[in-house]
Design a protein around this ligand. Structure first.
Ligand code: CCH
Length: 289
């Protein structure tokens, strides 16, 4: 396989596809983990690595993988992401030529495709950074807040309203954990499959405050088994956001198209790629999906 410990080794598409396959083959290795897949938490790792970007200063973003270091790994927003970083350690050991920062994003891409999402084109080129490159706390969104906050946070990364709504659809996946964020429960009935159900449920269900000791969150009136964060409800409380949510609820193909485009943009924020690679992204073959 050319596994890559020689100095002048230049990894190619097939080498990254091998890393992809390794991750994909292990996503469901542990039945006891959450809903049976590490996919959602790996997507969250890739997003939190990227979502620290600040377009004014060019700081943050997925280049650097600075969440390996204590200041950033200890930020409240990153609670629980150790599970994702630890999952990837044996992959890094098997393919030592890949940087952590490229690996974390590749794991996000792999997870989204394996969870039946759209193709997510990828290009490598991230370099691991030093502890000094850790971003200050507070760059990731606060789930207790609403549209003004979402706009402030995502405009800082360079996104517009349509892109904010498209990105939010990732909450079709995974769940909240009381021992991580304080919140509890999944957003949809199929948390290991990417669909536009997040928008459908937001718009079709009646959402009421959950009666509990934890932080303020919503539950669906019908089954009381699903949840929404205050920041999720903002997607239908804001008129401009809501118009996009209605489009995505009505058209899964449109959601997939826009989601793929915006997640590629997110995953590349602040990365100094080699010139001429913008139109040379790779699409990996799915493994289990
Ligand atoms: Fe998120 N997210 N997210 N999120 N998120 C949480 C979990 C996931 C917010 C808050 C939370 C995005 C945007 C936002 C995922 C992907 C994305 C949790 C629970 C909170 C709180 C953490 C826990 O307890 O484990 C807020 C606020 C925003 C504002 O926009 C975006 C954008 C993405 C990806 C594109 C995924 C996936 C999860 C599930 C993780 C898991 O472990 O199951």
């Amino acid at each position: 396989s050319g596994s890559a410990t020689t100095k002048n080794f230049t990894p190619k598409f097939d080498d990254y596809q091998a890393v992809y396959n390794e991750i994909a083959s292990r996503l469901e290795e542990n039945d006891e983990y959450d809903d049976g897949s590490y996919g959602p938490v790996l997507v969250r790792l890739a997003w939190h690595a990227s979502g620290t970007f600040d377009k004014e200063t060019g700081t943050g973003g997925s280049n650097g993988a600075t969440m390996r270091f204590a200041p950033e790994s200890a930020h409240g927003a990153n609670a629980g992401l150790k599970a994702a970083r630890d999952f990837l350690e044996p992959v890094k050991a098997k393919f030592p030529w890949i940087t952590y920062s490229d690996l974390w994003i590749l794991a996000g891409v792999c997870s989204l495709q394996e969870m039946l999402g759209p193709q997510i084109p990828y290009r490598p080129g991230r370099k691991d950074g030093e502890v000094a490159a850790c971003t200050p706390d507070g760059r990731l969104p606060d789930a207790s807040q609403a549209q003004d906050h979402l706009r402030k946070i995502f405009y800082r990364m360079g996104f517009n309203d349509q892109e904010i709504v498209a990105l939010s659809g990732a909450h079709a996946l995974g769940r909240c954990h009381a021992n991580r964020s304080g919140y509890e429960g999944p957003w949809t009935f199929s948390p290991t499959v990417l669909t536009n159900d997040y928008y459908k449920l937001l718009l079709d269900e009646k959402w009421q405050w959950k009666k509990w000791e934890g932080p303020k969150q919503y539950e669906d009136k019908t089954t009381k088994s699903l949840m929404m964060l205050p920041a999720d409800l903002a997607i239908i409380q804001d008129k401009k956001f809501k118009a996009y949510a209605e489009k995505y609820a009505a058209d899964n193909d449109l959601f997939f198209k826009d989601f793929s485009a915006v997640i590629v943009k997110l995953f590349e924020l602040g990365v100094p790629f080699a010139e001429g690679t913008e139109n040379k992204r790779w699409v990996f073959k799915t493994f289990n999906a």
